[in-house]
Design a protein around this ligand. Sequence first.
Ligand code: SAH
Ligand code: SF4
Length: 365
Amino acid sequence: MNVAELGEVLGSLGEPKWRGKQVAEAIYRQRIVDVEGITPLPKALREKLREEGWQVGRPSLVQVFTSVDGTERYLVQGPADGLTVETVWMPEGDEGEAGDTTGEEAGGEGGGRNWDRATICVSSQVGCAVNCQFCLTAKLGLQRNLTAGEIAGQVVAVLDRHGVEIGKDRVNLVFMGMGEPFLNYDNFMQGVRLLVEEVGLSPQRMTVSTSGIVPGIERFAQEPAEIRPKLAISLNAPNDQVRSEVMPINRKWPIEAVVDAVRGVKLRARERVTFEYVLLGGVTDQPKHAAEVARLVRRTGLPAKVNLIAWNPGPGVPYSTPSEDAVETFRRALGAEGVPVYLRRPRGRDIYAACGQLKRTVEAP
Ligand code: SAH
Ligand code: SF4
């Protein structure tokens, strides 16, 4: 709930609506986890709220997996049902290098701070219906949508675990966890609004990734700049033929349709659209593919950059990781064609936290 909705609840109990602001402050800014702890409210009112069954519905991090690179993967469970999603914390040291952190240092809850900035990877659905052939999450199928509160709640729980101070610490969000955000559009955007308006994070530090859901991109294009995250498109192939093979959704919304929809987004000054490109060994990582991708990206006419991701393996997923040589050759080829290109370093591969590996691998206790 946002301030207004909280105000309605308090109003219905005969309280002034401005109490909604006190409650929002407490749960989103001070990150209070129970009604009892919302001390700006009189004790009698807190009692009454509890009697009426109101709770602070904060999801719990029921399991924590810690990678040698400092990445933490959480199994997150809300109070609604037993289903879990995964959320990932990726700290960066002051050199932008976290590869040398030991597991022990990284594991201490609320312990010494070994990060200078961090990125949180957020889930939008339990499982995913999109069926990309290279993605482990696809194997779950779609179990259900997350609510706006569950989407924002993941973030709040992780901010809390690491003692993040809003307005002081640099934290980025990527909506690149489990699920397709644009197939849960309303809840996703409502979650973003909670994170911007109540939690106080900037939408310019958030990126949402979509497999290319055209009606979702069209709605996204209408969102005001004050709450719209940056956009990333999972391109993942050099042309429609290969893309339809690895991402069957391409038969419904082919590359040109996706690009057309993206053209409708009014970009902010210096904002660029990201094209994510998973390198599948032998399938999408050949030099001729790089040349095609460069042409494709230029043809869009969009201010764009390409994020290369070497495919991360998962059990039962029939692809192979490209050789380091192939990755490097691909990156250089794009660069030489004048396309801004970045290589995404895999994070937390040892704990299955890397891109495309998020899947409920264990049951919550
Ligand atoms: N559903 C959204 C967001 C989550 S997936 C989307 O598909 O865009 C986030 C990114 O991980 C996508 O770009 C996807 O192509 C990539 N990805 C999926 N499986 C992967 C794997 N096994 N290795 C590397 N990247 C993968
Ligand atoms: Fe879903 Fe994204 Fe995985 Fe495709 S890559 S199955 S859209 S989570």
